[in-house]
Design a protein around this ligand. Sequence first.
Ligand code: HEC
Ligand code: HEC
Length: 319
Amino acid sequence: MRARNGLILVAIAVFAGNALVSAADPPPWAYPRVPPETRVDPDDGKPRSVPGGARTYSVTQIRDFFAPPAWYDDHPPMPGIVGKGRQPRVYACGYCHLPNGVGKPENARVAGLPVEYIKQQVAEFRSGARKSSSPGLLPHVWMVEAAQEATEAEVDEAARYFSALPPPKGWYKVTETETVPKTRVAGWILVPDGSGQTEPIGQRIVETAVDLGRTGLRDYHSGYVTYVPVGSVAKGEALVKTGGGKTMACGVCHGADMRGVANVPRIAGVSAIYTFRQMFDFQSGARNGKGAPLMKPVVAKLTEEDMLNISAYLTSLEP
Ligand code: HEC
Ligand code: HEC
């Protein structure tokens, strides 16, 4: 009987795996999860606008997975798959990656990536070669659904659209600090919890919206602030430029300015928690597509602190 209870406990522990913390668990600051009890405010019917925006939208329209707001006219008209997606399971690419492809910390920047790289990654989300180290994380689950349901022609159209867009300047502002606001998770990023209190940053990156209100409206002219520990940018720079005896100089493959070479993607000026997640996912084996064998030796000996420092530095670079 005792043994049986023990077994049941083990089964429960495995079932509850995401809640258990061990050295190999993905750090929650890089894989933020919206608490299941989260409820969104109902639409009050009032039209919303953004500074310099060309039109207004209701809250229901802003939340529409199949027609995200196109606030500005500083990008070409979105092709159907980017602007509208396809019912019922292909949410518009532009809903998550935004109409100008600038992306958010909980997803990815796609503006300016090579067409072939975009198509390869979508194929790997579809085949299961590109998973998340944090199974069930919703933005990732939805990316996989979009990849599974979109046709080759749609993916090709989206890839060409995003690839032609310029990478944005100053979307992430890296700030070294000892303390950060106390945070909670909303919209799959950390946001100040409203208490006005601060706490030590510790070994974390806290990437949050510069203006929560505008980010909540899916305003793609309002970026993020990336709080990182004091000294992390210089430590990351040393690793990126020399390998520090633990890894290879990244420029060999990603280009001296980290803006990418041929189909090797750019790693400069992207979200720091995105960058950390990718290194962590290559290391855990969750990201295991065609290009992964080149990245595995790069991350094999890196600690979480190294990956944090590298992410802080790379995000501080001009994209
Ligand atoms: C529901 C949100 C969502 C939608 C819709 C969505 N994506 Fe994604 N996308 C994500 C997330 C989340 C990631 C990966 C984040 C990670 O690995 O941490 C991602 C990653 C990507 C990447 C990888 C970028 C890189 O640098 O490796 C590409 C390419 C991409 N998406 C293309 C698309 C295309 C094309 C569409 C439309 C057919 C689309 N996405 C629709 C959420 C979404
Ligand atoms: C031997 C070549 C090589 C070296 C050296 C290398 N990389 Fe990479 N890296 C790649 C390739 C190829 C990919 C695309 C992998 C794929 O297709 O999944 C990649 C992808 C990445 C990504 C994911 C980008 C995205 O948009 O999702 C990050 C982050 C990254 N590398 C960081 C680094 C860092 C940091 C270093 C140096 C410490 C480094 N890489 C050194 C070849 C390399």
